[in-house]
Write a protein that binds this ligand. Structure first.
Ligand SMILES: [Zn+2]
Length: 281
C-alpha cells in the first residue's frame, strides 16, 4: 500500500484489471464511509487491478461537518470556477476518476430516528452491479434531478458509478461494517477480488427519482415526521409550504426529508417504482 498525497491510498495487485475508486467522506460528518475506508486501508487485498481508497473531503472530515463551503457532491461537473476548497477538491477527484473504470461512493443520511435502510443510487447502466451488492433498493434518476454527484460524473463518462447510502448518520459505527462488505462485493463483481462468483439478485427493488422539491417559503412544514424510504400513499399531503399543499400524486417513497434549511434548497425527494406510470401535477 503506497500513500499518495491528498488522502488517496492505493491498493495494488500483480495482475492487470480494473481501476476502481472507493470514496468515503464526500460529506465529512457521514462517518460510516470514512470508517469503512479506515478498515479497508488495513485489510483490503485484491487479486487484479488497482483500487484507490479516498477520503474525499479531508477538511470537512477533520471538522466532522457535512461541508466546509459547498456541497462537494454537487460539484462533480467540469468547468467549475475552482474558487472554493470543495471546487478544488472536486477537480482533483475528477482527475482521479478520469483514470478509473468504476466508483463506489459511501454516504449516510440525516434522519431523526435510527434508520438502517441501505440503498444504492446509480443509473440503470449499473443495475447489475447494484444488484450484486446485497442491498434491497437501487434508485436511479439522480443525474438529472441532482446534477454534480460523483456517481453522475461517472455515468456521464459511460463508466460505473454507484453511491451507497449506509443508513442514517446516527448508525455510522455499525453501518461501517456494511460499507466494508458492500465494497468487497463491488470489487468482487468487478473482478478485482477473486473467489465466490457473485451474482446479481432479482429481488432488489428498482426506484427512480421523479421530484426534488425545494422549499418555497418560511412556512414550510411536513405533515408527519417522515424518514428516508418511508412509503407514502397516493393522495397523502406530504408537506405544507406557505399556501401550497404538496400531495403525493401516486404511491411513492420519500428520501432525505429535511426540516432545517433555507428557502430554495432541497426539502425532500420523491421516488417511485421504475415501471409505475407517473403524471406530473
Ligand atoms: Zn452524503
Amino acid at each position: 500500500m503506497t500513500p499518495l498525497p491528498n488522502n488517496i491510498f492505493t491498493i495494488t495487485s500483480n495482475n492487470p484489471g480494473p481501476t476502481v475508486a472507493i470514496f468515503g467522506g464526500v460529506h465529512g460528518n457521514e462517518r460510516a464511509g470514512i470508517l469503512a475506508i479506515d478498515a479497508l486501508r488495513e485489510t483490503l487485498a485484491i487479486d487484479r487491478g488497482t483500487v484507490y481508497l479516498v477520503y474525499a473531503n479531508p477538511k470537512a472530515i477533520t471538522a466532522n461537518q457535512r461541508l466546509l463551503k459547498q456541497n462537494l457532491n454537487r460539484l462533480f461537473l467540469r468547468g467549475n470556477t475552482v474558487a472554493t476548497y470543495e471546487e478544488k477538491r472536486a477537480n482533483e477527484l475528477m482527475d482521479l476518476l478520469d483514470t478509473c473504470d468504476a466508483l463506489l461512493d459511501l454516504h449516510s443520511y440525516n434522519d431523526v430516528q435510527e434508520n438502517a435502510n441501505i440503498f444504492a443510487i446509480c443509473e440503470e447502466n449499473c443495475s447489475s452491479v447494484a444488484q450484486a451488492l446485497g442491498i434491497p433498493f437501487r434508485i436511479s434518476g439522480f443525474t438529472a434531478t441532482e446534477a454534480g454527484g460523483s456517481d453522475g460524473y461517472m455515468y456521464l463518462n459511460n463508466k460505473v458509478g454507484v453511491c451507497v447510502e449506509l443508513g442514517s448518520i446516527n448508525l455510522s459505527e455499525s453501518m461501517s461494517q456494511e460499507g466494508v462488505a458492500i465494497a468487497q462485493r463491488f470489487l468482487q463483481y468487478l473482478g478485482c477480488i477473486e473467489g465466490n462468483n457473485i451474482q446479481p439478485t432479482s429481488t432488489q427493488t428498482a426506484l427512480t427519482a421523479n421530484i426534488m422539491y425545494k422549499k418555497q417559503t418560511d412556512d414550510f412544514r411536513f405533515t408527519q415526521p417522515f424518514n428516508t424510504l418511508n412509503p407514502v400513499a397516493k393522495g397523502t399531503v406530504i408537506a405544507i409550504d406557505g399556501p401550497t399543499e404538496i400531495i403525493a400524486d401516486q404511491n411513492v417513497y420519500i428520501l432525505f426529508p429535511r426540516t432545517q434549511f433555507a428557502i430554495g434548497t432541497e426539502a425532500f425527494i420523491l421516488v417511485n417504482a421504475v415501471n409505475s406510470h407517473h403524471t406530473h401535477a
